[in-house]
Design a protein around this ligand. Structure first.
Ligand SMILES: [Zn+2]
Length: 276
């Protein structure tokens, strides 16, 4: 199957796998290992060769690396030509490079929520010995495009990729979080680990007291085949929709620092649950 995939890859591959176009999965050995190598690769200490006088501890386990993807960006609305460019979206489709996101009725924008929560998640993870890399460095820029964000998550040492969003359902009663993952799966990382990450995230957020969506998904899980970042993922990846920015109660929570800290801790709980 991999050989067949390789034969279908066209010359565009010379642009490099950094673009995370669909064919790259077939050429990247790490795309098929499906494991969380950063968290599990420490060698077991030998029990037969150690000297009783040597007291050195076994080699330190490398800190797992998680990629956090704050959806959208603060400069997107002012750069329609850039963000409307078509980029590969997986499954043979293309999509706009990026979008502006939604906002609360009072005008608190989703990109600002995503940015703040993601930084708070990184802080919680750091305190627990987990490294985090963000897909954008500020909330004032444009993009990056969805395929570029996916490429950042596709580094071989990445244990998990979590995109952070908030939804904009027009029904003000609709509320609660849901977790999207790629389905049908396109590679080994999507086949099992992504679903496990989605379930761990759902459990972590639910156990933190956040309500599960009453308007999308089933029991907090939403299999999707139309989200570029998930389609292009070669590492376990999910997209968290924290709730509905048009729901008055959730809008109030999203707009407060205390509320955002609560979401950040809940999502970090999900990540830590997955990493074990
Ligand atoms: Zn969004």
């Amino acid at each position: 199957m991999r050989t067949r995939l390789l034969r279908t890859v066209r010359g565009a591959l010379t642009l490099g796998c950094a673009l995370a176009i669909a064919g790259c999965a077939a050429e990247t050995p790490s795309a098929t290992d499906g494991g969380t190598s950063a968290a599990t690769s420490a060698p077991a200490p030998s029990s037969t060769t150690s000297s009783p006088r040597v007291t050195s501890s076994p080699p330190a386990k490398p800190e797992p690396l998680v990629v956090l993807d704050p959806g959208h960006n603060g400069g997107n609305a002012a750069a329609p030509e850039q963000i409307n460019q078509q980029v590969p979206a997986g499954r043979g489709a293309s999509k706009a490079c990026n979008t502006t996101g939604t906002e609360t009725d009072a005008g608190y924008p989703e990109h600002a929520f995503n940015w703040d929560v993601t930084n708070r998640i990184a802080q919680v993870l750091a305190e627990r010995g987990v490294r985090a890399q963000l897909t954008r460095g500020s909330d004032e820029g444009v993009g990056p495009c969805v395929d570029r964000r996916a490429a950042i998550g596709n580094q071989s040492e990445v244990a998990a990729v979590v995109s952070v969003h908030a939804d904009g359902s027009t029904s003000p009663q609709a509320h609660g979080f849901h977790i999207a993952y790629s389905d049908p799966p396109l590679n080994a990382a999507q086949r099992g680990p992504a679903r496990e990450l989605a379930e761990a995230m759902r459990d972590g957020m639910r156990d933190s007291g956040l309500p599960i969506s009453d308007y999308l998904g089933t029991d907090g899980l939403a299999p999707r085949d139309d989200l570029a970042g998930l389609n292009l993922a070669e590492r376990p990846a999910v997209l968290v929709e924290c709730g509905n920015m048009r729901n008055p109660q959730e809008a109030a929570a999203f707009s407060s620092e205390q509320g955002r800290q609560r979401y950040a801790e809940a999502i970090a709980n999900g990540i830590l649950g997955y990493l074990g």
